[in-house]
Design a protein around this ligand. Structure first.
Ligand SMILES: NC(=O)c1ccc[n+]([C@@H]2O[C@H](COP(=O)([O-])OP(=O)(O)OC[C@H]3O[C@@H](n4cnc5c(N)ncnc54)[C@H](O)[C@@H]3O)[C@@H](O)[C@H]2O)c1
Length: 252
């Protein structure tokens, strides 16, 4: 069943090889979009494409979002494939390595900021330029994936929580810059979602968190993807710079 009618639109999803990104690809394909699945792991992007209905109209692209050259090459390759720019973008690629604050090296800090924050900037900038360069009436929509931990913080995740706080600020600044050019920018703040990202957290810790989630369980990637699809769609046409929490009530 389609809720958002994205028939014929091209949607680019980073981190599309796994977790929330993959769930987004599935929801957007259900809505009729042609989906560009972008991830640093080319094999998982291809797996995602094979899971989508009408898989021949979708495309897998290997991209390192933290590398400007790689991002530009990815945009060129799908422009060549479709002959037009994407009008929908989801920035879901991310990493969340844990280390005690006093042991965190400068390299570890930079790596997380580069992927989570700079990656969101590079993708958003290339997307915007390509869409505006296309001429004609622009109708774009971007959703960034931040985290509820951007608000609460968490020990041993300082680079991650700082990068996600940056994603919220970047969302709001870009939202203000781009809305009069025809591009809406919003973000989601997921809570604990069952994806490979939370696998390193041991069972005891996960159970402890479950206890303080009012809904009493972790979220499913599709529950985040549905909120992202809404923000991407025309149904949220008056939402600009919004940050939607998808947390089961955690840290509300
Ligand atoms: N799972 C959670 O509990 C949770 C909670 C809040 C926010 N988030 C955010 O949701 C987003 C998706 O995470 P997830 O839970 O689906 O994790 P995931 O590990 O399942 O997916 C992340 C994807 O990003 C890709 N990626 C990593 N570095 C990349 C790079 N440099 N370039 C391109 N792709 C890269 C990975 O290959 C992977 O496919 C992340 O931004 C994460 O911070 C997750």
């Amino acid at each position: 069943m389609s809720f958002y009618n994205m028939l014929g639109k091209i949607a680019l999803v980073t981190g599309g090889g796994s977790g929330i990104g993959r769930a987004c690809c599935e929801v957007l394909a259900r809505e009729g979009a042609r989906v560009v699945v972008a991830d640093i792991n080319l094999q998982t992007t291809q797996e995602t494409v094979s899971l989508l209905p009408g898989s021949q109209q979708h495309m897998a692209v290997g991209v390192d979002v933290s590398d400007k050259g790689s991002v530009e090459a990815a945009f060129k390759s799908f422009h060549k494939n479709y002959g037009e720019p994407p009008s929908l973008l989801v920035n879901s690629a991310g990493i969340a390595p844990m280390s005690p604050f006093t042991d965190t090296s400068e390299e570890e800090w930079m790596k997380v900021i580069d992927v989570n924050l700079k990656g969101t900037f590079l993708m958003t900038q290339s997307f915007t330029k390509m869409l505006l360069d296309g001429g004609g009436e622009v109708q774009g929509s971007i959703v960034n994936v931040s985290s509820i931990l951007a608000k609460s913080g968490l020990p041993s995740l300082e680079p991650y929580t700082a990068s996600k706080g940056g994603v919220i600020s970047l969302t709001k600044s870009c939202a203000a810059s781009l809305i009069r050019k025809g591009i809406r920018v919003n973000c989601v703040l997921p809570g604990m979602i069952t994806t490979p990202m939370i696998q390193p957290l041991n069972e005891v810790y996960q159970k402890k968190v479950m206890k303080i989630i009012p809904q009493g369980r972790a979220g499913h990637p599709h529950e985040v993807a549905e909120a992202i699809a809404f923000l991407l769609s025309d149904r949220s046409s008056y939402m600009v710079g919004s940050c939607i929490e998808v947390t089961g009530g955690y840290m509300m």
